[in-house]
Design a protein around this ligand. Structure first.
Ligand code: ARG
Ligand code: MN
Ligand code: MN
Length: 319
């Protein structure tokens, strides 16, 4: 039986702890349809009730309706290589306002994607309420291409660059305050990093633990080193942005850009558990679940893993 005593030890959230689910059916940051169904499946699988069972007061007022935004954008031609730039920008702006609104009211925003371009919005929202927050980015990819370095033009490969203010400014994204500092983000799980991204990581001295380091040191040590880097005194708020493709495709098959050689089921959940234990978690993203990819069994498995990652980050324990 799991005990939930610890659900009272947050350094930043008032008691009783409450969270708000931000369901974001959005796929404009990448080309594969279906990732917009991710949040719908996660909620249908019972995630809100599972979190309530962990002792959270759960607010969920339905999925974000981005229809007004889409309707107001009559044409969305690429800007340079960037695909769907206006739609991505405006949706992320709306998400930022929603996330910061929840955070202001003392709630932990749990954003369900949708593609990872949404993190432009979620992290902007977190930083508005917690300017000194740090980010733990769990992913197979660095998502740090600039409009100049991107090969694909897919904005889900670029959110970190926008948040850091790297690359030449794109006027459509001028609402983003590049307030994230390179020493306030750390990566875990990388294994598919583009050449331009490797250069950006080096030039900016950004700490990253790839699968090589996970193999070498073990996940326990990697999470400790990652947190020591980004949150050395353990007193900063943490935003955890979890792309399910960080997990091995045998664990989370239904995702748009799977890469072999990923985190095991336990390694992924350990990261979430360890971050919950810090008492510093203030916002969580579960991204890139795409229920239209792979067979029914694989979809079920991936949705279930999305739910269990969220539970682990929000206090579920094994004992
Ligand atoms: N959030 C993701 N799954 N990102 C994948 C990015 C892949 C590649 N690096 C790109 O720029 O397109
Ligand atoms: Mn990824
Ligand atoms: Mn990603």
């Amino acid at each position: 039986m799991a005990t939930h005593e610890e659900s009272s030890v947050s350094r930043f959230l008032p008691n009783p702890k409450s969270l708000a689910i931000v369901g974001c059916p959005f796929s404009g940051g990448q080309p594969r349809p279906g990732v917009d169904e991710g949040p719908i499946h996660l909620v249908k699988a019972g995630l809100p009730q599972q979190l309530a069972d962990l002792g959270w007061d759960v607010e969920f007022n339905g999925h974000h309706q981005f229809e007004d935004i889409s309707a107001s954008i009559t044409s969305d031609e690429p800007i340079g290589l960037l695909k769907n730039p206006r739609r991505v920008s405006q949706v992320c702006h709306a998400v930022a306002q929603t996330v910061s609104g929840h955070a202001k009211r003392g709630k932990l925003p749990l954003t369900l994607g949708g593609d990872h371009s949404l993190a432009i919005g979620t992290i902007s929202g977190t930083l508005e309420q917690y300017p000194d927050a740090c980010v733990v980015w769990v992913d197979a990819h660095a998502d740090i291409n600039t409009p100049e370095t991107t090969d694909t033009g897919n904005i889900h490969g670029m959110p970190v660059a926008f948040l850091l203010g790297l690359g030449s400014p794109v006027p459509e994204f001028s609402w983003i305050k590049p307030v994230l500092k390179p020493n306030r983000i750390v990566y875990i799980g990388l294994r598919d990093v583009d050449a331009g991204e490797k250069r950006i990581l080096k030039e900016n001295g950004i700490k990253a633990f790839s699968m090589h380091e996970v193999d070498k040191y073990g996940i326990g040590q990697v999470v400790k080193m990652a947190l020591d880097h980004v949150n050395p005194k353990g007193d900063l708020p943490i935003h955890l942005s979890f792309d399910v493709d960080a997990l091995d495709p045998t664990v989370a098959p239904s995702t748009g850009t799977p890469v072999r050689g990923g985190l095991t089921f336990r390694e992924g959940h350990y990261i979430c558990e360890a971050i919950y234990e810090t008492g510093c978690l203030v916002a969580l993203d579960i991204m890139e679940v795409n229920p239209s990819l792979a067979n029914e069994e694989a979809v079920k498995q991936t949705v279930a893993v999305g739910c269990s990652l969220a539970r682990s980050a929000l206090g579920e324990t094994l004992l």
